[in-house]
Design a protein around this ligand. Structure first.
Ligand code: NIG
Ligand code: FE
Length: 414
């Protein structure tokens, strides 16, 4: 496990560059047949047709007849949570809506109670379980949010867990951390949302920043949760402190979240099921990645985000899973590809760019991951197939043969 590997005879399929790819350019994948990819101490040092015959000190892998992709970047998950909420799924299938359950005191608050009570070790082991599943499906970087504490100690506990998992030497994925203290209004601040936003700005953000517990800051900007004004106030403060900013936007109704994301030049606006034309334009004009979460629309039986219109308008689109115990208890990469193709009109090339380089851009890491190019991390996915078309075609099934993290082949059996 020294991070040295030479992969030969691969069909490399990759986007290129160090920034998000916008609009129709998302189709421009580089395809190299009979390619060699060399990774030295975890970093890609060669991509091309030279077989690199001197392989002393390197593990070698024959990838004849198989596609090699960049590791997948799942740029939106709620990985750390106590309990599960299957009863809410059943209620929704009988006609309840996500927001009506939240208004009745269930929803996010239900998970907040379970997460406050849970031990660090339990939460960590539960996250490891999901990470093993994700890794087997080709994920090499995952974003994880807090947001199920809504009080000081539990928010910090969630962020500490994410950071501890990320510093484990045998970790299967890298973790990007996001502080989502404004995920819902805690009971303790009932009727006082502005005070809660001030509390986050004045007390939480400083500690999170000083202790380097999170790279990014997020908010659930939605009718009945936090307003556009409150979101602007929090995210502007976070940005001024050096956080990357992200926003849960226009998930349930068209609310102005995408417009705000553009105004703030946010890293990403996520969900966007009801993003307006103006919001789409604002994201395209300001380089905000439109992060689409088709598994959530599927689970909530809601219409899908307008991926086609976003791409045709020049947005950089990313795809992610939104794994969480409420709206979407799935981290399925295969199903994400299938839904993007079947229901959102995305080409397979666009979907690959969305799940790799644009996902990396959504967490501000496109200079280090998201493509197979020299200088980037040796995070790679080998498919069972000789064509990348397998990704949506193999509906809901895993087409990944093996995952390579930092130049090491993972033994990542579930
Ligand atoms: O991204 N919409 C807000 N947050 C999550 C759901 C959280 C939950 O229901 O526990 C989401 O869908
Ligand atoms: Fe989410």
């Amino acid at each position: 496990m020294n991070g040295n590997i030479i992969i030969r005879n691969a069909k490399v399929v990759t986007p290129t560059g160090k920034t998000a790819v916008k609009g129709k350019d998302m189709n421009n994948l580089t395809i190299i047949s009979d390619a060699t990819v060399k990774v030295t101490e975890g970093i890609i040092t060669y991509v091309g047709n030279d077989p690199c015959s001197n392989a002393a000190g390197y593990e070698t892998l024959d990838a004849q007849g198989k596609v090699l992709l960049p590791g997948f970047v799942d740029s939106h998950t709620h990985l750390i949570f106590g309990g599960f909420r299957p009863e809410e799924f059943m209620w929704r299938m009988k006609g309840d809506s996500y927001m009506s359950i939240m208004e009745r005191g269930g929803g996010i608050w239900n998970t907040v109670c379970a997460t406050r009570q849970a031990s660090k070790e339990y939460l960590k082991e539960k996250a490891r379980h999901f990470i093993r599943i994700m890794s087997r499906m080709g994920v090499t970087t995952v974003e994880g949010k807090s947001g199920y504490g809504l009080d000081h100690d539990t928010e910090i506990k969630q962020l500490e867990i994410l950071n501890e998992l990320n510093s484990e030497s045998d970790r299967l994925v890298d973790i990007s951390t996001t502080y989502l203290g404004a995920h819902a209004l805690p009971r303790e601040f009932e009727g006082r949302p502005d005070e809660y936003i001030d509390y986050i700005i004045n007390e939480m953000l400083t500690e999170v920043k000083d202790r380097k517990l999170a790279e990014n800051c997020d908010i659930f900007c939605e009718k009945g949760v936090f307003t556009v004004e409150q979101s602007r106030k929090l995210l502007s403060a976070a940005k001024a402190m050096g956080f990357g900013v992200k926003i849960h936007a226009d998930e349930i109704v068209s609310f102005g979240g995408a417009e705000l994301a553009g105004e703030l030049k946010a890293l990403s606006a996520d969900h966007l099921l009801h993003a307006s034309d103006e919001g789409i334009k604002a994201m395209a004009d300001n380089g905000t990645v439109a992060t689409l979460l088709p598994l959530t629309a599927f689970s909530l039986k809601e219409p899908y985000a307008r991926a086609r219109q976003m791409i045709d308008s020049g947005c950089a689109v990313a795809l992610a899973t939104d794994l969480n115990p409420g709206s979407c208890c799935s981290g399925s990469i295969p199903l994400t590809f299938a839904l993007a193709s079947i229901y959102m009109g995305m080409t397979v090339e666009e979907a690959i760019t969305a799940m790799t380089l644009n996902g990396a851009a959504a967490i501000d890491k496109a200079d280090r991951i998201g493509s197979i190019e020299t200088g980037k991390k040796g995070d790679l996915v080998l498919l069972e197939f000789d064509t990348h078309h397998a990704l949506p075609y193999y509906v809901g099934m895993n087409s990944v043969r093996l995952t390579i993290k930092d130049g090491n082949i993972l033994d990542n059996k579930i």
